[in-house]
Design a protein around this ligand. Structure first.
Ligand code: SF4
Ligand code: SF4
Ligand code: SF4
Length: 170
């Protein structure tokens, strides 16, 4: 038996864009399940996504709330390689590990992984990333798995860092 949060999460686009005001799709699903968030806060899902969430949560249907942005159709990021300075900031921002590159080398987007979340745009110091229309988003299950793997890796890195600091005797 899946939980309400599981069923809500399964209906979300998994772009992990944070436009709903939460750190990703799963936290938003959990907030709806606790009655703390509306079903109308996901711009990539649009009106149809809000209707699906309403049906799952047993709430009255509502269109997308414009306070959270207008409908975001599928998009994909492109990096202008002539401008990229290899600062790595976009890699740190990407919630699904869809950018590859090394410090001081140009970076590239794995188009089939990119959810078009736009989180890499603000950190880029030379403004060389743009979002273009895409045919469709990556399969939501794949995006969820990539986001989950990233969170696990970051938590492990943080635990290792804390452990090293704890063992450090100045
Ligand atoms: S797709 Fe973006 S706005 Fe929609 S639930 Fe996921 S993180 Fe929130
Ligand atoms: S490459 Fe940019 S737009 Fe695409 S998923 Fe990563 S952060 Fe989002
Ligand atoms: S943030 Fe911009 S300049 Fe920095 S590596 Fe990414 S694309 Fe290149």
């Amino acid at each position: 038996m899946t939980s309400l949060a599981d069923r809500l999460d399964a209906a979300l686009p998994q772009t992990q864009c944070q436009a709903c005001g939460y750190g990703g799709c799963r936290p938003y699903a959990e907030a709806i399940s606790r009655g703390e968030a509306g079903i109308d806060q996901c711009p990539p899902g649009g009106d149809s996504g809000a209707a699906r969430l309403a049906a799952i949560a047993g709430r009255p249907p509502r269109p997308l709330n414009p306070a959270f942005g207008s409908y975001r159709p599928p998009g994909v990021a492109f990096i202008d390689e002539a401008l990229c300075i290899g600062c790595v900031k976009c890699i740190h921002a990407c919630p699904v590990d869809a950018i590859v590159g090394a410090p001081k080398h140009l970076h590239t987007v794995i188009m089939s992984w990119c959810t078009g979340c736009e989180l890499c745009l603000p950190p880029c110091p030379v403004d060389c990333i743009r979002i273009e229309a895409a045919q469709a988003l990556p399969a939501p299950d794949d995006s969820r798995a990539r986001h989950s793997a990233r969170k696990t890796r970051l938590a492990r890195d943080e635990a290792e860092r804390a452990s090293r600091l704890a063992g450090y005797e100045p």
